[in-house]
Design a protein around this ligand. Structure first.
Ligand SMILES: [Fe+2]
Ligand SMILES: [Fe+2]
Length: 315
């Protein structure tokens, strides 16, 4: 990591980190991982919970558990992350990791198997990006904005998921679990969102319009729901979307899209440098999965997941 002084010589975005952002960061940093002795894992009707929410808990167990992989990807992609980002990543990693442990305990209580957590994904695309970001500061800024905006979008999506789980479990009279587990987890997700969203907005405000536009294009190209790292995961997310159809899950998708639209509102497609066009072509080459995208990519991608899951379940 660079010192502040060294960074001021190279970064084009010095000053993006202001006092209010520091305030959001300190709230995240001050918050320890959830103490599992405070969680009540005793369900009134475990069979009913297993039936209704078993696969949802499996998804959140893996999604939360893969944040540490995500942290490594960010550190590989963005050379020399600044000290604030490094602080955030450390606290974020610990809190999300503990969410996974919590849902692991839930799965054990419900006598469900623990799915495999993927912590060793191929990093070659991120290494290529890392070389670019090390040598081209403008690219580093684009990747940084892409990381922050995806962070905000993913936190909104998970916070929405936990709200829905809380509502379903309250209906099922599992209030103790909602109070001691779902609400504390939701609170941490809200703090993460409270940091990521203004961070992305402020970062974008320091960039050229073409960089903001480029970050939006990357986000549209690569947007996936949290931890959707394989076709099987897309199917699982599609099933979850269907499970939650009556609980406002489409509105959550709209909110996620709104966040992206807000962050990228200052972008402009004019004058995109050749290096960026070449990079995009390169990244498309290393990308191995083909999902649809459009200006409203969040909804499209989630609908794609639903279609995949319906196809799978029809077999
Ligand atoms: Fe989490
Ligand atoms: Fe989070």
């Amino acid at each position: 990591m660079r010192t502040g002084e060294q960074q001021s010589q190279t970064s084009t975005t010095l000053g993006w980190y202001d006092l209010s952002l520091q305030n959001h960061l300190s709230k995240v940093v001050a918050d320890p991982p959830i103490d599992l002795t405070t969680v009540n894992f005793e369900f009134k009707r475990p069979e009913a919970v297993r039936e209704r929410l078993g696969r949802t808990f499996s998804y959140f167990y893996t999604a939360e558990g893969e944040v540490s992989l995500n942290v490594r990807q960010v550190e590989t992609l963005i050379s020399d992350v600044d000290e604030y980002t490094a602080q955030f990543l450390t606290s974020w990693d610990a809190q999300e990791g503990q969410h996974s442990v919590l849902f692991g305990r839930v799965l054990e209580t419900l006598e469900l198997p623990l799915p495999k957590i993927n912590r060793n994904k191929n990093m070659s695309a991120f290494r290529i990006g890392g070389v670019l970001s090390k040598n081209i500061p403008e690219m580093r800024d684009i990747f940084m904005l892409n990381y922050l905006s995806r962070g905000a979008m993913h936190e909104r999506y998970t916070a929405g998921g936990y709200t829905i789980i809380g509502n379903i479990m309250t209906e099922m009279h599992e209030e103790e679990f909602v109070r001691t587990a779902i609400k504390p987890v939701f609170k941490q997700e809200s703090r993460h969102l409270g940091y990521y969203r203004p961070a992305a907005k402020k970062y974008a405000a320091n960039l050229s319009p073409w960089q903001v536009q480029a970050a939006e294009e990357f986000t549209a190209e690569y947007f996936r729901p949290v931890a959707a790292s394989s076709k099987q995961r897309l199917v699982e997310i599609g099933r979850m979307q269907r499970d939650f159809a009556d609980y406002g899950v489409d509105e959550v998708a709209d909110h996620v899209q709104d966040i992206a639209d807000d962050i990228f509102s200052e972008g402009s497609p004019e004058g995109t440098p050749r290096i960026l066009r070449a990079t995009k072509a390169l990244l498309r080459l290393v990308k191995n999965e083909d999902a649809p995208r459009s200006p409203k990519y969040v909804r499209d991608v989630l609908e794609y997941c639903v279609e995949l899951s319906e196809l799978e379940d029809a077999v």
